[in-house]
Design a protein around this ligand. Structure first.
Ligand code: ADP
Length: 459
């Protein structure tokens, strides 16, 4: 087994990986930017190395700095967490060329899935349904207008290199389309250095359902069931749960098989997620494959009893999966609430600052993944996620009840967080009945349409 792993990340996910390493008896190396000097991941790791200035481009995204740290600390693997360099094929390649194992899929898989337009083609060939839309990149305004006419409004323009909702724009008519197309291109260029965009039919009120994939290097690929991540703000997840409520067994079986087929088409290895949108008639469509650990992985861990980070490390080491699809068991229901330092009453405006008072919940069937402590300052430079609360019940209603108890206990002040919004959502009859779609938050907040905006994203 690996003797030392560097974690090229920060916050709760760096701690999550440190914990898995400790359970496996592996030493850990944290890296940090100057702003994160006093962070918990720095304190919890066996060693810590400063890799640069506060802006992520000069630290957590600085490949030469991270590789130097890995060489100085003499690690044999790097875990990228999520976000930052987790889906950067170039980084994965550099790790391999330095004889450092990248804990994730092969660079070719990251590249293939990371080009969302190419990924759609790969899925078409693998007979996995994709949302109706353009074949490949849209060249100019005239082509955008032609494609929109063919599929009918509304349409959504997406960046081929997309993520975090950046470069994503919805258009309801020809007039809006041209502007949306140009803005999406510009946003994509700024965020990813690639202005390529494609067009999909915009589905009204879909559900976001994704499948957790586990694949070893020896050709074994299986899934660990579905997560429903339909509760979103600006097309970014806020609440995730597993299993997905109210969907037929037949659909779950079909989608699980399609997810495995998708992973095979990407020649997938390690842990990954195949995301779909599902309409009211239970038709499902691939949207993307995330080639990394997801923020919401704990809900799957809670109901399957499988530690996904340990699996990632074992797979990267070359071990075979210890079980087959038939042996995967699902126990009860789990829900995760993302606690972000944001003000839900003011357009989810980031609310960074010093945490003066803090109490995080505990008790039976509650898990908290977090890096904050009393006296910790939430930096405006990074992701706004400050804690993940996860509740596990024998069924969905029990999980909701336990989550409400956990939310009630939670005190994080004086910064604003999403805690009160979560309480509001979990008490809504529509949520309790499991009738949620991606426009749910918008509908309960009664505000204007929440277009995807420049928000910092976890993963
Ligand atoms: P990103 O990688 O930027 O997060 P995704 O393709 O994963 O983008 O989509 C994120 C979310 O945006 C989805 O969960 C869904 O809410 C919304 N979305 C994406 N594509 C469509 C579509 N064609 N129709 C309706 N909603 C969509």
């Amino acid at each position: 087994m690996f003797h030392k792993i560097l974690i090229a990340n920060r916050g709760e996910i760096a701690i999550r990986v440190i914990r898995a390493c400790r359970d496996l008896g592996i030493r850990t190396v944290a890296v940090y930017s100057k702003a994160d000097r006093d962070s918990l991941h720095v304190r919890l790791a066996d060693e810590a190395i400063c890799i640069g200035e506060t802006p992520a481009a000069e630290s957590y995204l600085n490949i030469p700095s991270i590789i130097s740290a890995a060489e100085i600390a003499d690690v044999d693997a790097i875990h990228p967490g999520y976000g930052f360099l987790a889906e950067n094929p170039h980084f994965a390649e550099i790790c391999e060329s330095c004889q450092i194992k990248f804990i994730g899929p092969k660079p070719e898989s990251v590249r293939l899935a990371g080009d969302k337009s190419l990924a759609r083609e790969t899925m078409r060939k693998a007979k996995v349904p994709v949302i109706p839309g353009s074949k490949g990149i849209i060249g100019d305004q005239a082509e955008a207008l032609r494609v929109a006419k063919k599929f009918g409004y509304p349409v959504i323009i997406k960046a081929k290199a997309g993520g975090g909702g950046k470069g994503m724009k919805i258009a309801h008519n020809d007039g809006k389309l041209v502007n949306a197309f140009l803005t999406a291109q510009a946003e994509a260029e700024a965020a990813f250095g690639d202005r390529g965009v494609y067009i999909e039919k915009y589905m009204s009120e879909p559900r976001h359902i994704e499948f957790q994939i586990l694949a070893d290097r020896h050709g074994s690929i299986l899934h660990l069931g579905a997560r429903d991540c339909s509760v979103q703000r600006r097309h970014q997840k806020l609440i995730e749960e597993s299993p997905a409520p109210g969907l037929s067994k037949r659909l779950m079986k079909k989608m699980g098989e399609a997810a495995v087929r998708a992973a095979k088409a990407f020649q997938y290895e390690n842990v990954g997620t195949v995301e779909f949108l599902v309409d009211e008639e239970e038709r499902f469509y691939f949207i993307e494959m995330n080639t990394r650990l997801q923020v919401e992985h704990p809900v799957t861990e809670m109901i399957t009893g499988i530690d996904l980070v340990k699996e990632q490390i074992r797979i990267a080491w070359g071990q075979k999966l210890a079980f087959h699809q038939d042996a995967v068991r699902f126990n009860g229901a789990a829900i995760e609430c993302r606690i972000n330092a944001e003000d839900p009453d003011h357009g989810f405006l980031p609310s960074p600052g010093k945490i003066e008072t803090l109490y995080l919940p505990g008790g039976p069937h509650v898990r908290v993944d977090s890096h904050i402590y009393a006296g910790y300052t939430v930096s405006p430079y990074y992701d706004s996620l400050v804690a993940k609360l996860i509740a596990h019940g024998k069924d969905r209603l029990e999980a909701i009840q336990i989550m409400l108890r956990a939310l009630k206990e939670t005190t994080i002040g004086p910064i604003k967080t999403t805690v009160p919004l979560h309480e509001k959502i979990l008490n809504r009859p529509r949520f309790r009945q499991g009738r949620v779609s991606t426009n749910f938050i918008e509908s309960i907040m009664g505000g204007p349409s929440l277009e995807p905006q420049e928000t910092r994203k976890a993963g």
